[in-house]
Design a protein around this ligand. Sequence first.
Ligand SMILES: Cc1cc2nc3c(=O)[nH]c(=O)nc-3n(C[C@H](O)[C@H](O)[C@H](O)COP(=O)(O)OP(=O)(O)OC[C@H]3O[C@@H](n4cnc5c(N)ncnc54)[C@H](O)[C@@H]3O)c2cc1C
Length: 260
Amino acid sequence: MNIVVCIKQVPDTKGGVKFNPDGTLDRAAMLAIMNPDDKAGLEAALRLKDSVGAHVTVVTMGLPKADDMLREALAMGADEAVLITDRRLGGADTWATSSTIAAGLRNLDYDLVITGRQAIDGDTAQVGPQIAEHLGLPVISYAEDIKVEGNSVIVKRQYEDRYHEVKAQMPCLITALAELNEPRYMTPGGIFDAFDKEVTVWSRDDLKDLDDANIGLAGSPTKIAKASDKVRKGAGEKVALDPKESVDYIVGKLKEKHVI
Ligand SMILES: Cc1cc2nc3c(=O)[nH]c(=O)nc-3n(C[C@H](O)[C@H](O)[C@H](O)COP(=O)(O)OP(=O)(O)OC[C@H]3O[C@@H](n4cnc5c(N)ncnc54)[C@H](O)[C@@H]3O)c2cc1C
């Protein structure tokens, strides 16, 4: 069984988001990590490898520095790693990103494709289902548990306060939730092996069936005009009043602010 996991290198927003003067993310100023949902997706693939046997390939489209993240995935137990990198692919929105990654996947054998539900920087949750659309694959999103039964997968799909059990024939695509599992740590041996392994590097020219009209900034229907951090409002006003006084007080405030 061949499993391909799409992993994205994202800025660690826990330390606060930093922006360039033009409103784009200042990625150089922030620690780069493997997107949390993707790490859970990779862990799910490695558990299938342990339980039913599988060959796990990780794929990323990004800057050359994403090589670090790929080596982390190899050190966790992935068998192969592919870096799709080329200046012509820069500035891509989700359409251009998914078109490019789908073209990369056409160069690979896959029975199961796993992506994260969402990346913590763009936060659109669009790329996974878009890749499935480009490749004509059934997609099951929001996976909380994944089992393999013969040539099918059975997925526990999160749905508000309950879940669906969904079965699909492979090849198919699943989007993973961080809640899916607790990813394993890299092993010292794994780290050593990871640095001996070759990361396959593809440029735009290695990607077939991909129209130049669908790549990079030029091929992106969505242009990010400006991104900015949320304006942190000051602490609210705390008042200790009895219920009746509280109602009068709130109504007064709402009138003061012309809400009512
Ligand atoms: C603040 C901000 C807002 C944005 N808003 C939009 C927008 O509204 N519309 C738009 O089209 N673009 C938007 N973008 C650009 C968008 O981030 C990029 O197109 C990005 O490459 C993919 O979208 P995403 O980050 O939302 O990923 P998601 O769709 O949330 O990613 C889902 C999954 O797809 C896989 N994946 C995504 N990117 C890669 C990659 N490069 N390599 C490997 N796997 C990957 C991962 O498994 C990931 O978990 C925005 C970017 C930023 C920083």
